[in-house]
Ligand binder design. Structure first.
Ligand code: HEM
Length: 420
């Protein structure tokens, strides 16, 4: 088994003060003296959204969107959106047996398919229905996602950002505007007493309509605010999960080859929860996070950060730190004892006020989910479905990394379903 390596970072990151210890990053991410910061594309696509707002405004938006992730809603997503996609995708591949009699599936594509439906539903996008429309929607969202982190993926971020703007414009024309118009009308009818609250969809666009927060004064100069909020939820769900989850399959495959006694655990949700949390700890969705200081700050460690200074938080390095996770912190070990007071994934889902809103959707609720009522989380649900069909990495087609990207991710993870 190989240890995970520190991710490479683009040049602009190396020019910032580097912070890579768990305790310092935790202190900064939980401190009111620091605000969210980042490369230019973050502002272009996400300015004023939940992730880029602070203080009272952030708390208001968080409260507005929190019901979208209630236990009941998560169970709905899992049972009505994720499970059918998994079953459809697996039924599709099962009917296309290769010449050697084996059934193959690429888990990256499977995750994209499952998360495309979730992201449309959470955001409030109608018409992601036929296969053609679903694929069009997914492709546009993936182009937009790439643009929101362009500095990590391209020697020419400007071109990628332009492609992201075009993709968002196409999303608006083909999907988002009609979805917003329908929700504005539904909100009007609700206020006129023609329909009840239960008749309203539960999604980002409806939430914004209900508080009349879908138009901002700067909409003429920038990507309009309401589309920026959509961009956050569309990109925040698909790309993150499709970056993280394939690693779990790769690590588990390697682990059971070295620990065959754990092969029997591959369909045990409890074991899969631990294994996925451990893989999430080892791989994060970006090589660095950024915060800017609001005033001169001296951290508990004595480190000084000047007012206005943007610092680079090397979270992937902190998340494998030997002092916190032990000497084998860079290795995958689903039997690891989680340090007291910590989550098994460390800071992979963030810490403090901006911690991930969608985490429970991925990890389940306090490991208390079950098959029938949902809330096991999309990770365990996808893993279990695959391992029930005897999934193993395809020995003839090893996992492939994307070219020219600094993201710690897989572009393709082909698997064979031995029992399909
Ligand atoms: C494996 C999957 C995921 C990972 C690793 C992940 C990770 C993160 C991290 C690290 C942050 C905080 C960023 C920072 O502080 O700089 C965050 C925030 C956020 N995530 Fe996730 N995320 C995942 C899936 C999702 C999903 C599925 C959704 C939505 C359905 C989502 C929605 C959000 C939102 C809205 C925020 C902003 C929260 C705020 O600023 O208050 N994420 N995520």
């Amino acid at each position: 088994m190989l240890p995970v390596q520190d991710p490479a970072v683009p040049d602009f990151v190396t020019k910032l003060q580097r912070i890579d210890s768990y305790s310092e990053i935790e202190e900064i991410m939980k401190s009111e003296d620091f605000i969210m910061a980042g490369a230019a594309e973050r502002t272009i696509f996400l300015e004023d959204t939940l992730i880029m707002s602070e203080g009272r405004r952030h708390a208001e938006l968080k409260q507005l969107f929190a019901p979208l992730m209630s236990r009941q809603t998560l169970a709905y997503y899992e049972l009505r959106l994720v499970e059918p996609v998994i079953q459809e995708a697996l039924a599709d591949v099962a009917s296309s047996r290769g010449a050697d009699g084996s059934v193959r599936v690429d888990v990256v594509a499977l995750i994209h398919a499952a998360l495309t439906r979730i992201s449309a539903r959470v955001t409030g996008v109608d018409g992601v229905d036929s296969q053609q429309r679903t694929e069009r929607f997914r492709d546009l969202v993936l182009t937009l996602s790439a643009a929101t982190t362009a500095s990590y993926s391209s020697p020419d971020p400007g071109r990628m950002i332009a492609a992201g703007r075009d993709a968002l414009a196409a999303l608006v024309a083909e999907f988002l505007q009609a979805s917003l118009d329908r929700r504005i009308e539904l909100t009007r009818r609700f206020r006129a007493g023609e329909i009840s609250k239960e008749d309203l969809p539960r999604d980002v666009l409806t939430s914004l309509c209900l508080v009349d927060d879908w138009r901002h004064a700067d909409d003429v100069d920038k990507i309009p605010y309401v589309w920026r909020q959509c961009a956050l939820f569309l990109t925040g769900s698909i790309k993150t999960t499709s970056h993280s989850l394939p690693h779990v399959f790769v690590h588990i495959d390697e682990w059971v080859k070295e620990h065959p006694e754990d092969r029997a655990n591959l369909t045990d949700p409890e074991w899969l929860h631990r294994a996925s949390a451990e893989a999430f700890r080892l791989h994060q969705t970006t090589p660095a996070r950024f915060r800017a200081a609001l005033r001169d700050v001296t951290l508990t460690s004595g480190r000084q950060v000047k007012a206005g200074e943007m610092v680079a938080l090397h979270a992937p390095v902190a998340n494998v730190q030997a002092e916190v996770f032990g000497e084998d912190g860079r290795y995958f070990n689903p039997r690891r004892e989680v340090p007291d007071g910590m989550q098994p994934w460390g800071m992979t889902f963030g810490l403090g006020a901006h911690a991930c809103l969608g985490r429970n959707l991925v990890t389940g609720i306090q490991n208390k989910g079950d098959d029938k009522h949902g809330a096991q989380g999309t990770a365990v649900r996808i893993l279990k479905a695959m391992y029930e069909l005897g999934a193993e990495l395809d020995p003839d087609n090893p996992p492939r990394r994307p070219e020219g990207s600094l993201h710690d991710t897989w572009e393709s993870v082909p698997m064979i379903l031995r029992k399909a």
